[in-house]
Design a protein around this ligand. Structure first.
Ligand code: DP6
Length: 359
């Protein structure tokens, strides 16, 4: 499969207007994507848990327009027109136009809302771009009734990737791999695939409690951070390490080896931030409270033998990961010891989920 596989032949059907609504979850990477080549091709493979509660709902309404000169659309967040969202979507439309040649034939109204607060510091680009990609695929399916379910899912992920890399891992659940890896059958750089191997029941309903340490806008966007991996002194070793970590994770997932899992996941989180701290220019996205939480988690694990661990995305918030059987004790620990480090005491309880749904 290559990019050309997603360029459609001429459409047999026509449609004047209508609408589709999809909800798509966010995801949290266990092995991180950090560094990319041209056209949103990742430098290394990554794997993530799909989330369940943190999601975006997007309604795409479309109506045929007179001319096909340019893209025509408006974006609304929680019912409010958002002109500042337009450039990102315009860039997305330009990137996917070759694969969705109908884009300039319609006026689109894009109405979106997130389950998580807008200013929570949780990135909405992954869930948002994947929800939009799915709506566009629903429209393409009206124009070409022969599109198979597999093609629909793969192309939705492929399109989402062109909006935001990690968005390609939101379509399915509960574990998704993106980026070519020799040991993972079907893995490729173009779209995310469902993790194809056995996963031990220890990981069923794995919990993710997101501690909102800093709800402000990040000082450095992911896109800028990815670019700083070009010419980064440790880049090549890092890309190799990600591949090795993903390979090692296969055994931990199969055997339910939670200690092995924790070692890989926490090392990945810290390496991601180490890459930021050793970029030129260097930057730090963790806050003092991020480190306090990490130390508290390590202390708790040492004292109780719990299998709780942490991961981070490109920000100060902490994702606390733990098995379902520890739900009660870890939530108690969070409430007693970690809430104090969260902005206004806020956190979000999530669990791994199964992917996007049409509404
Ligand atoms: C640290 O997918 O947000 O969350 O492709 O530039 O939109 P763009 O970047 P993005 O980067 C995500 C980085 C990460 C790690 C990960 O999710 O794998």
């Amino acid at each position: 499969m290559n990019e050309a596989s997603f360029i459609p032949q001429s459409y047999k059907s026509t449609v004047d207007s209508g609408s589709f609504t999809w909800e798509s979850p966010s995801n949290i990477a266990l092995v991180k994507y950090w560094g990319k080549k041209k056209d949103q091709i990742p430098e290394n493979p990554s794997i993530s848990f799909t989330l369940n509660q943190c999601k975006t709902t997007t309604k795409l309404s479309f109506s045929k327009k007179e001319n096909d000169d340019d893209f025509s659309f408006d974006v609304f967040l929680d019912g409010e027109k958002k002109a500042d969202f337009k450039p990102k979507i315009e860039t997305f439309f330009k990137r996917v136009e070759a694969y969705l040649p109908f884009l300039k034939d319609y006026y689109f109204k894009i109405e979106t809302s997130n389950t998580f607060p807008h200013s929570s510091g949780i990135a909405s680009s992954a869930s948002g771009m994947s929800a939009l990609a799915l709506c566009l695929m629903s429209l393409e399916k009206l124009l070409d009734k022969n599109i198979s379910e597999a093609y629909f899912t793969q192309k939705a992920s492929f399109l989402a990737r062109l909006g935001s890399g990690s968005a390609c891992r939101c379509i399915e659940g509960s574990l998704v791999v993106w980026g070519n890896h020799d040991k993972i059958e079907g893995s490729n750089d173009l779209f995310g695939i469902k993790y194809p191997y056995e996963v031990h029941q220890n990981f069923n309903n794995y919990q993710d409690t997101i501690l909102l340490v800093d709800k402000g806008k990040k000082q450095v966007s992911s896109t800028v951070g990815h670019n700083l991996m070009h010419g980064h002194p440790f880049a090549q070793e890092r890309f190799k390490q990600a591949g090795q970590n993903l390979e090692n994770l296969i055994d931990s997932l199969k055997n339910g080896d939670l200690d092995g899992f924790i070692k890989i996941v926490e090392s990945e989180a810290l390496t991601l931030h180490a890459m930021m701290m050793t970029s030129l220019p260097f930057f730090i996205l963790m806050k003092p409270n991020t480190l306090s939480i990490i130390n508290k988690i390590w202390e708790f694990r040492n004292e109780t033998g719990s299998k709780v661990c942490f991961t981070l995305d490109a920000g100060a918030n902490v994702h606390v990961l733990y098995p379902e059987i520890e739900k009660e004790t870890v939530l108690k620990f969070i409430n007693n010891e970690l809430v104090a480090y969260c902005e206004n005491g806020h956190y979000i309880c999530d669990v791994i989920g199964l992917g996007a749904n049409e509404i």
